[in-house]
Structure formats: C-alpha cells, structure tokens
Design a protein around this ligand. Structure first.
Ligand code: GAF
Length: 390
C-alpha cells in the first residue's frame, strides 16, 4: 500500500483522537532480504532491498507531561494505545506492555537528544511478523519522526541512526538482532538493492530495476516469534563454532578450513549451522555480482541453494515456507525462490520473469490456499514526510 495512503490514515486518526493536526511525520520502510540470511551477526554480507511498504509516524509536541501514542498498525487483539512519562535521567523508560511500544520506547531511550512530551499516531502497511522487518521499520520511522519533532543537538549520520535503532531492539525488545534490517530501512534507495558488509559496515548499491524482472513476495501467513529462543540460540551456536575454530567470527572461516575441522565438532548440528553461514556469505557476494551482470539464472540458483541451506543446515524454515518455495520453483519463468528474514514462518521471496508472475501467483495459491502474494519494487529508505500547511 502506498505511503501516502498510510500517511493520510494516520493524519485522520490523529485529528479525531487529539483534535489537532499533526505537525511532523516520518516513515521507515520494511525490507525483503534477497539473499544472505543469518549472516549479519556473523560479520558477513547481506543483500536486502527496501520495500515500498512502510511504517509512518505522525505527531506533534504536547503541553501535557506525557507521551501518548495510538497505533492503527497492530493486530486487533493487542492494546492500541499507550501513555508514558517522558524519558529522563531520573525516570528512564523501561520495557513493558504492550510489547509493540517497546520498539518506540527503546528508540526514545537511545535517541541522541532530549525527547519532550508528544502525541503520535503510528500506521503501517508492513505485514506484522511476516519476516519483512515490521519492527525495524517501526524503529526507524519513529527515529525519523523524532528527528523532526526534536532535532538532535549534533547531526547524526545514517549508520549511527541504524545502530541506535538496533540497540533499541536489543535493549527493549530483548531481540539480539544483527544490523541488516535497520540499515536497509535507513539507507534503502529506489530501484536498488544494498549489499552490506556487516563487518566494515560498507555498503554498495546494486541496480534492481530491470523492467522484465519482478520480485514476488509470498506470505505464508504463519506467524513467527523471533524473540523466542530460536534466534538467540542460533546466534550462540555461531559464536561458539567460531570460537571452536579459533576465529573472531564465522566470516573469518573458509569452506576448506571448516571441512578440515569437521571432526573437531563433537556436535554435528553446530557444524551444520556453521556450514550454512560460511556458504551463505559466499553465496551472497556471488549473488550481488550476478545481479550486477544481469545474470538472473545464477542469482536464482543461489537463492534456491540458500533456501536449502537454511532448511537443512540452519533449520529455520518450516513446512509452509518449503511448500511455497517448491511451488514457485515449479513455474516456468521463476529464476529462484527462498525464505526471507529470520524464518519459522513469514514470507518467501522469488525472482520472476515479469511475464510469468501471474502464472506463478496462481500456481502458488492453488497449492497453498493460505498464501498472500504481492510484487514489489525496491523502495526508498527512511524519510521525513512534509505536512501540508494547516
Ligand atoms: C532478523 C534479524 F533482525 C536480522 O538481523 C537478521 O539476522 C535476519 O533475521 C536473518 O537474516 O530479521
């Protein structure tokens, strides 16, 4: 859904809720990761693009000594409103309920400047829990909103902004995520995917705007909960594997070294986890190069290998994701398909010839009736939205 529609909805809700017009607004997009999964916290490469779908925050300063937020983004079964005292040294914000507000509170607590009282409305078109980074889009949208509401004393660059949002998620949502989601939500560019070196934090934009190629997202509508034990436990297994091999991170391990060291792993599950990461880092770089050369066949093959590795070695896929990937690959004109994001449900991403996309959607839905499919172009990263004159 276009950002201007979400923005209009947020403004209308703000007006009816607070009887005033908002004065500032910011938005942050969701993302789809094309390849490079579970590599960011291993100092590896990731290759996401920003979605056109985004979270929007509108609001204004308030004379009351409290921050009030209404969301029209959440599921109906969760509280839609929250109020809390402004963050201060004496009374720092703490995580609590409702859980969606923790992303916001975390951003306020990590904002490099004072945040006064405000009223705000949040609206989003990023599917929740779909592996399309609805949480990072909320954090980044909220940070962008705060930059308009309470400009920081010193200018803040994109990297520091993304890192502050990542810290918000670590501290307030208890999710030890890597940097991919916040980086792409801040730095996405229309028509481009972004190769991120998660060690040096260097980035490279790669054109993703061939008119004959479509990125198709298929939501299994199976909900995942990444703050559960699986994500942190995978992260720990990766760190322990690197340690066992005497390396700082799995980024420093070659495939040959890993194979040679296989017998050192008393736990072969740990070996397979490491094998996914080491091979995925290689695939990710190869895939970015393939895309630069418009070699979609190679890109697609790497996507499928990525999915198999996530399914068999890293074990973060699920039967529903495997089904939609398999269905997509049965269609002529689909170059590649894989699960995207943290896993355990959520979405798959497929690279499809434009003329095959309707056929692909029909085939996927015929085989998995719960699927929701949509195509997307690479969108822009976070930005302020100007509010028309009152
Ligand atoms: C989640 C995390 F937030 C990212 O940092 C990344 O690790 C991803 O899972 C898996 O690639 O989205």
């Amino acid at each position: 859904m276009a950002v201007d529609i979400i923005f209009e909805r947020a403004c209308k809700t703000f007006q009816s809720k607070y009887q005033q017009k908002p004065t500032v607004a910011g938005c942050g997009p969701g993302r789809v990761n094309l390849i490079g999964e579970h590599t960011d916290y291993n100092d590896g490469f990731v290759f996401p693009m920003a979605l056109q779908d985004a979270t929007v925050v509108v609001g204004r300063l308030s004379a009351r000594n409290e921050c009030r937020i209404t969301t029209i983004a959440e599921r109906a079964d969760l509280p839609h409103e929250v109020e809390f005292l402004p963050h201060s040294k004496d009374q720092p914000l703490q995580p609590g309920k409702p859980s969606w507000a923790n992303y916001v509170k975390g951003v306020i607590a990590n904002y490099p400047g004072p945040v006064p009282s405000f009223d705000a409305v949040i609206a989003s078109s990023v599917p929740l829990g779909g592996g399309l980074s609805s949480s990072a889009s909320l954090e980044v949208a909220f940070f962008t909103f705060l930059q308009q509401l309470a400009p920081t004393p010193n200018p803040i660059d994109d990297k520091d902004k993304a890192l502050a949002c990542q810290k918000a998620e670590h501290d307030f949502a208890n999710m030890p995520c890597g940097i991919m989601d916040q980086f792409i939500s801040v730095m996405g560019k229309e028509g481009k995917a972004l190769l991120i070196d998660c060690r040096s934090l260097e980035t490279r934009l790669v054109a993703m705007n061939d008119p004959n190629i479509v990125v198709l997202i298929t939501n299994t509508n199976v909900h995942h909960e990444l703050t559960g034990s699986e994500y942190p436990s995978r992260r720990r297994q990766c760190e322990e594997s690197a340690k066992l091999l005497g390396k700082k991170s799995l980024r420093d391990v070659t495939m040959e070294e890993l194979k040679e060291a296989q017998s050192q792993f008393t736990d072969q599950e740990m070996y397979r986890r490491a094998r996914h990461v080491v091979s995925e880092i290689i695939r990710c770089e190869q895939a970015a190069r393939a895309l630069e050369n418009s070699d979609f066949e190679t890109f697609g093959t790497l996507m499928v290998q990525s999915h198999e590795s996530l399914r068999d070695d890293f074990e973060v896929s699920c039967p529903e994701l495997d089904t939609v990937v398999k269905l997509a690959m049965e269609v002529d004109g689909v170059y590649g398909s894989r699960m995207t994001g943290g896993g355990f449900g959520g979405c798959s991403v497929s690279l499809v010839e434009k003329k095959a996309v309707e056929r692909a959607i029909k085939h996927i839905k015929a085989g998995y009736s719960n699927a929701t499919c949509f195509t997307t172009l690479a969108g822009d990263g976070a930005r302020p939205i100007s509010i028309p004159d009152q």
